[in-house]
Design a protein around this ligand. Sequence first.
Ligand code: HEC
Length: 237
Amino acid sequence: MNAVRLLLCALLLLAGCRGAEPGVYWGFERMIEQPRYPAYGKNPLFADGRAMRTPPEGTVPRDEYPGDSLVTEGMEGGGYTERVPLQMTRELMTLGRHRFEIYCAPCHGVAGDAASPVATSMQLRPPPSLHLPRIRALPAGRLYQIIVDGYGLMPTYRDLLSLEERWAVVAYVQALQLSQHALVAELPEAVRADVLRELARAGTASGEGHGEEGELDGTGEAAPLDEAGRRNGEGGP
Ligand code: HEC
């Protein structure tokens, strides 16, 4: 008996789906069949009878920015710009870090050193470390263009990053590169003392003069670290 009642209810509900209004089709296809004009179709609403409209004068496509090609393309005098053409601020750097960690780190690693699950498992061509000497030598404008156009197997980030965000990421990538290759002698006074202390500690702990993270690609730029570590080690207890 219950089963019959249920069946009756279901039938009633289904009947309700048809709707009473003439001309309105309430079938499930209503999501597919939406009233619209085909691209080259007619539209009597406009004087010229065409459905397609010309954008209002002065309309700028979303991915095109009016203005300086240095900023929009990263080119200067026929070559890539060496420097990020936006004003360098802490906010820009913070934005760059944020976007890098969302959009680049999954493949290139949070430190840019390709220590990521993707990089270690990708068979075809793993994302490279951004600290490789060849990539470190790329000018800012080239990094910008890689973000805009993609590179080989790497997709474009044109649609995901605004103009400012792209340059912010470039700035942050360069900061990351510098962070792995800075000379101790070039650090600001206050930071240098801290670094030397840390190095001395690391050096004595591992029984070597090397700061373990001083080198990523064996360019030997970490040499001053050894010297500093030793100097500090001698003065220690
Ligand atoms: C889906 C993984 C992936 C993501 C995410 C990714 N990349 Fe890449 N990237 C790659 C791969 C793979 C290559 C090497 C491509 C090749 O050689 O075909 C590469 C290469 C590069 C290179 C080196 C180009 C050269 O000249 O060798 C740079 C620089 C770079 N990526 C920067 C970035 C930046 C900046 C971001 C974030 C906006 C990013 N990548 C996001 C996978 C990725």
